[in-house]
Design a binder for this molecule. Structure first.
Ligand code: SF4
Length: 464
């Protein structure tokens, strides 16, 4: 049998060509301030937390989508999109998350506004849609999302929701999210306001010895991993926002003694409001990556427990580390020296990913987020190498430029970034709603390393 040997001697030349191609792509002038090459000498020069530049084709979704992504994981809630049917396509199917109970959240409802509704108003249609959902499904809570056209025609969704609450004796919460009202972060805030509305303003609830977990959406069971660690050290979780969220737990959340906040981009505002309204302090934590998981467990144990809790936390960390050290060592041997590019939704995930790649001996050569804040970019600057490209609210063209120019071997992102990586012939890891393996905690660190290894070291890239 004839064996075919492949000649890879021209790989270095191809690499040089790709980098040259990247250098020749020019970004548009209005975007220049949102992109920089890391240099420890330059501080605070990057522009962020602004609206997207028209025509730059941002990777960000709209205000309504931002609100939906935060509220959709509440498993027993009903989501009614007041607008044209197109807006309603943003469903569980593309923003999946896991449930330990109800599956109601996997359905999506729309008022399907047409031309005549735009002319004569959609309020009657909205009332009828709420009545229908109540009749068919007997929900405890319905979220009613206002889309662009509702913002334009001015339907009084507050009044309709209030009347429906009275009529049906359930919670019907308006979510003010017309797409033109800002950017995706505005949608996060609209969702947080809806959650405050749901919880009410009962400040005088007696506190119980438990915490709320804010900013994990349980995409592949991450909430359950973190809750498992906390249970082992004796700390109870009262409500989760919003992964595997449940109406009955969320309306009790005022009773918690502490809020732990993982995705600060989406939940920092809610944590601040809960501190004002219910006297619940909050801390930032992250269960993504080994270093952050360890420090988060210790931080929570320190605040919520006593000497014994702290001892249990240290023991848990020791045991879990022992279980995974061989696996991590194995993957480190296979991944050291590879170059990573990151483009994710918020700053906390980007920061944790940079540390994870560093633990695996990999260098992050490009990192960007859709809605990162100035303080996130300062941290990113301090933990990445000189010359790493840092970019806010990027578009596919810029991602292509810097992936090529920096010679990245893998891109980590979400569903919108996947085709870009494959078109450029590099590996891709979904760290968003399409993933199938949990990437949190100790077990998640191994899952992550395994996935990166499988894709980066796949022989397929030799044929591209
Ligand atoms: S931008 Fe407006 S019309 Fe488009 S999906 Fe968002 S809410 Fe709907």
């Amino acid at each position: 049998m004839e064996s075919k040997m492949h000649d890879y001697s021209n790989v270095t030349n191809q690499e040089d060509d790709r980098q040259e191609r990247g250098k020749n792509l020019k970004i548009i002038t209005q975007r220049e301030k949102s992109v920089c090459y890391n240099s420890k000498n330059k501080q605070g020069l990057m522009s962020c937390e602004t609206n997207s530049v028209a025509g730059a084709v941002s990777q960000r979704a709209c205000v309504y989508c931002g609100a939906r992504v935060v509220l959709n994981p509440i498993t027993d809630a009903y989501h009614l999109v007041h607008g044209p049917i197109g807006c309603a396509s943003y469903t569980w199917d593309i923003r999946g998350s896991l449930s330990s109970g109800s599956e109601a959240y996997r359905n999506s409802y729309s008022t399907d506004l047409r031309e005549t509704d735009v002319i004569f108003g959609g309020e009657k249609k909205l009332s009828a849609a709420i009545d229908e959902i109540v009749e068919e499904h007997h929900p405890k809570v319905i979220f009613v999302y206002s889309t662009c056209i509702v913002g334009v025609i001015g339907d009084d969704t507050d009044a309709i929701c209030k009347a429906a609450e009275k009529k049906h004796s359930i919670r019907v919460i308006p979510v003010k999210s017309p797409g033109f009202a800002g950017n995706k972060s505005t949608g996060y805030r609209a969702a947080c306001n809806a959650l405050i509305n749901l919880m009410g303003d009962n400040k005088n609830e007696e506190k119980i010895n438990a915490i709320n977990f804010l900013g994990d959406f349980n995409l592949s069971g991450e909430i359950w991993i973190a809750k498992g660690y906390l249970k082992k050290i004796g700390i109870d979780v009262l409500a989760t926002f919003t992964g595997d969220g449940k109406y009955d737990e969320i309306i009790q959340a005022q009773k918690a003694k502490l809020n732990i906040v993982q995705c600060a981009g989406s939940m920092h505002y809610l944590a601040g409001r809960m501190e004002e309204l219910y006297d619940i302090p909050y801390i930032n934590i992250s269960f993504i990556g080994l270093a952050d998981t360890k420090s988060s467990i210790l931080k929570i144990a320190d605040i919520m427990g006593d000497e014994k809790t702290l001892k249990r936390a240290e023991q848990l960390i020791e045991d879990e580390e022992k279980n995974i050290e061989k696996d991590i060592e194995y993957y480190r041997g296979r991944l050291a020296g590879k170059r990573a590019a990151i483009f994710v939704g918020g700053g906390f995930k980007a920061i944790s990913l940079i540390k994870q790649f560093r633990d695996l001996g990999m260098d992050t050569v490009m990192v960007g987020t859709q809605t990162g804040k100035a303080e996130d970019y300062e941290v990113i600057r301090s933990i990445t190498s000189e010359g790493t490209v840092i970019l806010d609210d990027a578009n596919p063209y810029e991602l292509e430029k810097f992936i090529l120019e920096q010679g990245a071997d893998i891109l980590v992102g979400g569903v919108k970034e996947r085709p870009l990586a494959y078109k450029l012939g590099i590996a891709f890891c979904d760290h968003n709603h399409e993933r199938k393996h949990a990437l949190s905690g100790f077990v998640g660190a191994v899952n992550f390393a395994k996935e990166i290894d499988l894709t980066v070291n796949s022989p397929v890239w030799n044929y591209v």
